[in-house]
Design a protein around this ligand. Structure first.
Ligand SMILES: C[S@@+](CC[C@H](N)C(=O)[O-])C[C@H]1O[C@@H](n2cnc3c(N)ncnc32)[C@H](O)[C@@H]1O
Length: 259
């Protein structure tokens, strides 16, 4: 079998965020619950505008639009933005997608709410992670609210080595590894057996190194959000309704910060 290496966009973007994610049983129902939770805790009403930061293939952006919001999706990956646009078209949803780096969000006081879902915060060094919060703050209008849906650092899921059957091949994901001294959750190495094209697909250096996530505790995040200017910070232990208080054993750490 031929061996090929793919970069971030193709490996994580297409294989993981589109093909793998959409093959997860019950994922549409899960996304629907997450979208309803966001709309309620962000106090969004029909016609309000929401920014979906690091929107990936647009699964939540499309749901927000179908639920009556004006939506902007923002992601760095060209291939994911393309998939998101196609997905919105198929679903008949009106979403404005932007390709950009979340360290350089340049909207000014436009959105009633903003979300960063599926633990898409902490990808950079500390100073750059703060830039993401600053840009999010600036993008919100007066009294606007930002929601971060994060893994709970006290209860990180014990990911196992898994094989997933996709159409045309099999995806192997290795477990996560938490580097305790730096607080960085090292990305999951993965490999794809591409039966359709008779090849083994590996991750290149770009795909391997762009996959680490700095874990922040609730105290860390609160301090950062206050420094950036947010006035009120709430925490929840789940990303679906009813609202559950945050605890060490919670499934998620959802942070809701109001300007
Ligand atoms: C874990 S995925 C989450 C995608 C989507 N929010 C979801 O819940 O399915 C992380 C996303 O962050 C995006 N991303 C990574 N670095 C980024 C950056 N510097 N600026 C904007 N988006 C970025 C990736 O392209 C990917 O779509």
């Amino acid at each position: 079998m031929e061996r090929v290496e793919l970069g971030w966009d193709e490996f994580w973007g297409n294989l993981f965020r589109v093909r793998h994610r959409r093959s997860i049983p019950g994922i549409q129902h899960y996304d629907d619950l997450v979208a309803d939770f966001c709309i309620e805790v962000l106090h969004l009403k029909e016609g309000n505008e929401i920014l979906d930061i690091a929107c990936g293939a647009g699964d939540h952006s499309v749901l927000f639009a179908k639920k009556g919001l004006k939506v902007a999706g923002f992601d760095i990956s060209s291939s994911l933005i393309k998939s998101a646009e196609e997905h919105a078209e198929v679903e008949g949803a009106s979403v404005e997608f932007f390709k950009g780096d979340m360290r350089e969000i340049n909207f000014e006081q436009r959105f009633h709410g903003a979300v960063i879902l599926s633990h898409s915060f902490g990808f950079f060094n500390h100073e750059e992670n703060v830039l993401v919060l600053q840009g999010s703050y600036n993008a919100l209008c007066e009294s606007g609210t930002l929601l971060l849906d994060l893994m709970n650092p006290y209860n990180i899921p014990r990911f196992q080595k898994t094989w997933t059957a996709l159409k045309g091949g099999f995806l192997l994901s290795e477990p996560h590894f938490l580097e305790a001294a730096s607080g960085v959750l090292k990305g999951r190495p993965a490999m794809y057996i591409d039966i359709e094209n008779d090849r083994v697909v590996l991750m290149n250096q770009d795909a391997l190194s762009n996959n680490d996530t700095r874990m922040y505790t609730a105290l860390d995040i609160r301090k950062l959000l206050e420094e950036v200017g947010f006035a009120k910070i709430e925490l929840y232990g789940e990303n679906k309704l009813p609202r559950r208080p945050y605890a060490a054993s919670s499934e998620r750490m959802v942070v809701v910060a109001t300007k």
